[in-house]
Design a protein around this ligand. Sequence first.
Ligand code: NAP
Length: 326
Amino acid sequence: MERIALGPFETSRVALGTWAIGGWMWGGTDEAESIAAIRAAVERGVTLIDTAPVYGFGRSEEIVGKALAGGLRQKAEIATKCGLAWSDGKVFRDSRAARLRTEVEDSLRRLGTDVIDLYQVHWPDLETPFDETARVLEDLKAAGKIRAVGVSNYAPAQMDAFRAVAKLDAVQPPYNLFEREIEADVLPYAAANGLKVLCYGALCRGLLAGRIGLDTRFTGDDLRRHDPKFQQPVFANYVAAIDALRDFARERFGKSLAALAVRWVLDQGPTIALWGARRPDQLDPVAEIDGWRLDDAAKAEIDAILARHVPEPIAPTFMAPPEKRP
Ligand code: NAP
């Protein structure tokens, strides 16, 4: 597994995403399968585990803690987040200093660890000065509770405000073949300022994993029941693109669609691809990632496939929590 420097440590360029492991917005969770998936990830060299308090309202962090207990913690790097609060199942942004000081202790307890490797502000809190949030994270680092600092879903101007008072190591935006908005701003900003980019939704919520088709149905609170990409008539365009990309991956490289999608993310800059998985077998294509690259000609062919089938891609804005606190 390729590795990359992130703040004071090295980590894997493919990270395990554990939102679905929390169950909330993914139709529930199976704890035993989830623990097996986390352990399988670390065994396969996917040592960076990304979680958040809000994923299952503490459940994802607790499951990560259980999976890494008993020695595996030393082989893994934990990335978690702060700055989202919840009440009666409703989520809102809160990156005020007092909230973050409480949150870090809650996360450390749930994760069963004494240090968080990467601590990320989950969404920009527009009602709290960015320097207030940044200062707390600097303090937490000085106190040895966190090792590196990241932000998620921040625009460059918001990162400028943050970096005026604190060192920033990473940014976590959405990025995959179908969601490429960051190419206009966040990606060049990160490259110019030495930030690592943890790309979430590298598989576009499973679309690019290769097993979703026109007859796939989602149940319970699964967010894909409401994700605009998964609604007709546009869903058919995405499925047509997937079919064409799957053929391209197989014919040109002898690879799966999932491997092509993740390789593409890794070949776009100082990136880490987050791979959401909740069963060990979902990580099988990880073995196909290393040892090859997409050159400019291959990227151009991919762009042509995308332009043909999805000329007007839909941004993932539906996931944003409300900007104002209740
Ligand atoms: P994703 O990685 O694009 O897709 C994950 C889903 O793809 C899985 O839950 C699984 O769906 C399916 N999948 C994965 N491997 C597969 C395989 N080999 N075969 C078939 N299906 C496969 O989506 P994501 O979980 O939204 O994003 C990844 C991570 O990014 C999250 O877990 C989280 O850590 C992070 N994230 C962060 C933010 C943020 O605001 N910072 C937002 C979103 C996500 P099923 O299990 O349903 O089959």
